[in-house]
Design a protein around this ligand. Structure first.
Ligand code: SAM
Length: 219
């Protein structure tokens, strides 16, 4: 059986990634990161980016009202704070070290929650989605971008092989889209409004959920 990701593995992995992340991962993920930020900008207002990492997305939100970023990795966040200290991103209002499984914000605090290359690698993706749905206002959006598991054919076989070898790197490459749809089915207030493979090769997928109604009083 393949071991799943746990918090300690993720923290250790991103402590190792932090010094090289911008150079190694930055360019590979740039198109997906930008597409998600563009979708978030079209919602506008108060935007929460979870798993903000080293803050590579800051420039993508140029002119957006208010960005708050959270990440649980202190080394990744240190780099984001240094980037913010340059003064070039006045729209980024706050950065917090915080676990996306337990967001320290009131319900409906944001117009949009965005997560670039995060949801497939958190310890409990459904738990994090619950938190995203809680802190987004009715009418607001949760925007995700990620590589999703191919599920069929040679690409799926490669990803399964890769999965066994990349846990310690803090990756979960065999994350299927159906996991997101199952989550949405259990949350009728969260409507899937877009699933778009991104150019050039559809390696990354942009996913948007809109929160349609007030959550039940028991939530
Ligand atoms: C692949 S990086 C993506 C960083 C950034 N979004 C980007 O596109 O460059 C994943 C980030 O998610 C963060 N992360 C993982 N689990 C988290 C959690 N439970 N709460 C907050 N951040 C988390 C990691 O520390 C890391 O910075």
């Amino acid at each position: 059986m393949t071991l799943d990701l746990d918090r300690r593995t993720i923290e250790e992995a991103y402590a190792r990634w932090a010094p090289v992340y911008d150079a190694v991962v930055g360019p590979i993920c740039a198109s997906g990161r930008r597409a998600a930020a563009t979708a978030a900008r079209s919602v506008g207002g108060r935007i929460l980016e979870i798993g903000v990492g080293t803050g590579l997305s800051f420039a993508d939100y140029r002119g957006t009202a208010e960005i708050t970023g959270i990440d649980m990795s202190a080394p990744m966040l240190d780099k984001a704070r240094r980037r913010l200290a340059s003064g070039r991103f006045p729209w980024v209002k706050a950065l917090h070290q915080m676990d996306a499984h337990a967001l320290e914000f009131p319900a409906a605090a944001f117009d949009c929650v965005v997560a670039q290359f995060v949801i497939t690698l958190v310890e409990n993706p459904e738990g994090v989605l619950d938190e995203c749905a809680r802190v987004v206002r009715p009418g607001g959006e949760v925007v995700l971008v990620n590589h999703l598991y191919s599920e069929r054919g040679a690409a799926a076989a490669v990803e399964r092989w890769f999965a066994r070898r990349t846990r310690s790197m803090g990756l979960r490459p065999e994350f299927p889209f159906s996991r997101l749809t199952h989550w949405a089915e259990a949350h009728p207030e969260m409507e899937l409004i877009e699933r778009r493979p991104l150019p050039p090769f559809g390696v990354y997928t942009l996913i948007r959920f809109r929160r349609t109604a007030a959550r039940p009083a028991s939530a």
